[in-house]
Design a protein around this ligand. Structure first.
Ligand code: SF4
Length: 371
């Protein structure tokens, strides 16, 4: 298959692995920020083929996982209102809030619908002028342009019964927060290629220089990841800390300026609370004042929602890269993709789901278990 097979060539993978083994002389810890990259690494077993000292740390790049509990709870409250048609991408329907999920709201009679683009939600609003249509606008820099376009389209078309519940997050401030954490172990990053396709990589340049970390813009296929890891390790071995682009077939340094422009027009940068991580300054997007009429949060006055995290879920440590899913006592027993206790087991990009779907098992911890 053109543009896929050439990035999954086993012979080339063996060559890259050999080069990596020849390059790495010391232990290094590299974080892949994106959940899509985590899935490729784990599904293909790439993390287990690396030289013994090279450790991949799985980062917080799953949009469903980092959406804060209080926003999920607001979504549940809004979706339960009789006048509302609540629209969302499919993954969000199973993410547990404090008391259930959006599927549960639908089972109790709420009008909750899966859409594939935010423009579908605008179309539903046009078809149902007597109802309030809300779109759950979550995600990183990748989904922000389409969501911004939907708001602009609704504004231009005078569609007043459409609004968005916004919980957008931005990657560079999260990387900075991870590097500032006292327990940080990350020495180099693979930056998500699709985020950089939109935003370019200029925002990473001051981070690489200030924290002396290599950052390699990387794609999502097995060979992309192997080459990205090799580029990061080569920089670490040589004492360099630059932004390099492995994903040249899709990413330019300045990104997609037209997409950036529509995001700048519709949204403003704000502090955002990351589920499991906490508040990070300038790490989120909220609607700009000009478009505040489209803010579902204020339209439905969702104040007073009480949130309660599941105490068994260690998603925060997993999203910060300080623990693995197999360290969680509920992993694979009380928490599975069919019975998820936390967002990382729900989402297609969640680290716990990646581990579970690839059959990773917790390491035996006692003599009896080893048998
Ligand atoms: S395995 Fe389940 S309970 Fe444990 S951290 Fe992952 S999502 Fe949370």
């Amino acid at each position: 298959m053109k543009y896929l097979d050439e990035y999954r060539d086993p012979a080339l993978a063996v060559k890259l692995l050999a080069e990596l083994h020849a390059t790495a002389t010391r232990p290094w810890a590299v974080m892949e920020v994106c959940g899509g990259q985590t899935h490729t690494l784990v599904r293909q077993g790439i993390d287990e083929l690396l030289p013994a000292g090279i450790r991949m740390i799985h980062g917080p790049g799953c949009p469903v996982c980092v959406t804060p509990l209080e926003v999920i709870d607001k979504a549940l409250a809004i979706a339960a209102r009789p006048e509302v048609i609540f629209t969302s991408y499919g993954d969000m329907l199973r993410v547990p809030g404090s008391a259930g999920d959006l599927l549960g709201v639908r089972a109790r009679g709420g009008d909750v619908r899966v859409v594939y683009t935010p423009l579908d939600a605008v179309r539903i609003a046009r078809q149902h002028p007597d109802r309030e249509v809300v779109f759950f606008a979550v995600g990183f820099e990748t989904t922000a342009p389409a969501n911004a376009m939907a708001v602009r389209y609704a504004a231009d078309a005078g569609i007043g019964n459409f609004s968005v519940l916004v919980s957008h997050v931005l990657v560079p401030p999260a990387i900075t927060a991870l590097l500032d954490a006292p327990d940080n172990q990350v020495q180099g990053f693979l930056a998500a290629g699709h985020v950089c396709a939109v935003m370019g990589w200029t925002e990473y340049e001051p981070i690489a220089a200030r924290y002396r970390v290599p950052i390699v813009v990387t794609g999502f296929e097995p060979l992309d990841l192997l080459e990205g890891i090799l580029m990061a390790v080569r920089q670490l071995e040589q004492g360099r800390s630059e932004v390099e682009n492995q994903y040249a077939r899709a990413v330019r340094r300045t990104g997609n300026t037209a997409a950036q422009e529509v995001v700048r027009r519709v949204f403003r940068v704000t502090e955002r609370n990351w589920r499991g991580i906490g508040p990070i300054p300038t790490s989120g997007l909220a609607l700009a004042a000009e478009f505040s009429a489209y803010d579902a949060d204020t339209r439905f006055a969702t104040t007073g929602v009480r949130t309660e995290e599941n105490p068994d879920c260690i998603a925060g440590a997993i999203l910060r890269g300080t623990k693995l899913p197999t360290d969680c006592a509920a992993y694979g027993t009380r928490c599975t993709p069919r019975t998820p206790l936390g967002a990382p087991m729900v989402s297609a990009e969640g680290t716990c789901a990646a581990f579970h779907n690839s059959g990773r098992r917790p390491a035996p911890s006692t003599v009896e278990e080893i048998g």
